[in-house]
Ligand binder design. Structure first.
Ligand code: EPU
Length: 336
């Protein structure tokens, strides 16, 4: 365990923001993490770095959490319990599951980041959220160094939300996630129009989990920028949920607005549509911009600072608020 000084974090965050860590340490085992916690408490954890916007140099000790390993814990007739350590690359893990014919995560193919952060924001795409397959989460308490196991229920999962983003923010470090996946009788989630379209194009009418994964990889690659090529953090904002009255008022002016019914009183409106309607889609401002194929994604063309991206986000929020009366909530973790 070697502490390094003044390390650039550019390659450790998918936005590619070039700020420095005053002190930096790579951790590759739970034992090393527990040892570190005996003397260091003021930590900033970075793993896949896929859901953060760094505004300035980090004064805390930056811990690059790189604990790897996948274990098949137990198999039952229809299900299998698999645990993956926090530092496993998310997409590689999903592909490994598909190779084993373990179902449940295929709709979450190609999401950037590592396994350890998937419960924090309850990653989701194409009709599936990771909470649907998480059995339990193992984490180390920063204050005591003690291990705690959170059941799925204890994680308080919500839309892009969990206890790890709220009451327990920064209090625990997730080391392992246990998933309950299917071995047979997979539940295929191909209800999204885009998935059906991609499958039909390839004449697939009874898709396997591998077919669904391939379709999703094709859809995501066509719409979302690859962070290895262009800095971004996926959806920058959450899709706002409004009440019926607000929805009806906007719909009377914009009959073509897409929407999803959440329940009898609430409607979810795609933030990408709101941002596009405000004219931001594909716009570039210096080295920051709004992606040309998906307005929900803010991008770093190369040398943008976190502050410049944050300024653009605030400009978008103000415009959407003025135009629609809706305040967009930022989904990524903005780190000061
Ligand atoms: N839309 C526009 N303009 C845009 C983008 C979208 O009009 O620039 C419209 C689309 O036409 C469509 C609707 O908005 O009618 C929804 O678009 P899309 O299917 O692309 O999904 P999204 O709501 O923008 C969410 C997630 C994504 C996830 C997709 C697919 C959030 C914040 N984002 O995006 O997740 O991949 O659904 O399920 O919920 C992420 O969280 O980083 C992420 C990429």
């Amino acid at each position: 365990m070697k502490i390094q000084y003044n390390i650039s974090l550019k390659q450790y965050n998918t936005f590619g923001i070039d700020v420095n860590a005053e002190r930096f340490v790579e951790i590759t085992s739970v034992l090393a993490l527990k040892t570190l916690l005996k003397t260091e408490k003021d930590l900033f954890i970075i793993s896949g770095g896929s859901n953060m916007l760094l505004l300035s140099d980090i004064k805390k000790l930056v811990v690059f959490l790189n604990i790897e390993g996948i274990i098949i814990q137990e198999t039952q007739e229809n299900d299998v319990f698999v645990t993956a350590n926090a530092g496993e690359n998310w997409h590689d893990f999903v592909q490994w599951c598909i190779t084993q014919n373990y179902g449940g995560l295929e709709n979450l193919s190609l999401i950037p980041g590592n396994v350890g952060s998937c419960p924090i924001q309850n990653i989701g795409a194409y009709g599936v959220e990771v909470k649907d397959t998480i059995h339990q989460v193992t984490a180390i308490e920063v204050a005591t160094g003690k291990t705690r196991i959170f059941t799925n229920q204890e994680c308080n999962f919500g839309y892009r939300n969990s206890i790890f983003k709220n009451e327990l923010k920064d209090a625990y470090i997730i080391t392992t996630v246990a998933f309950k996946l299917t071995k047979t009788n997979h539940v295929i989630h191909d209800g999204y129009g885009a998935i059906q379209h991609a499958l039909k194009e390839n004449n697939i009418f009874s898709p396997s989990i591998a077919d669904v994964s391939k379709a999703i990889i094709a859809i995501r690659s066509s719409k979302l920028p690859d962070p290895k090529e262009i800095g971004n953090s996926g959806s920058f904002f959450k899709n706002p949920v409004v009440n019926n009255a607000v929805f009806k008022k906007i719909q009377s002016d914009y009959a073509d607005m897409p929407f999803y019914k959440v329940n009898d009183n609430e409607i979810k409106i795609p933030a990408g549509w709101l941002i596009e309607t405000c004219g931001f889609k594909g716009k570039r401002y210096g080295d920051t911009g709004v992606h040309q194929n998906q307005a929900l994604v803010l991008i770093n063309y190369g040398n943008a600072t976190g502050k410049e991206i944050y300024d653009l986000a605030q400009k978008i929020q103000a415009f959407v608020l003025k135009t629609f009366g809706i305040r967009l909530e930022i989904e990524v973790n903005v780190v000061n």
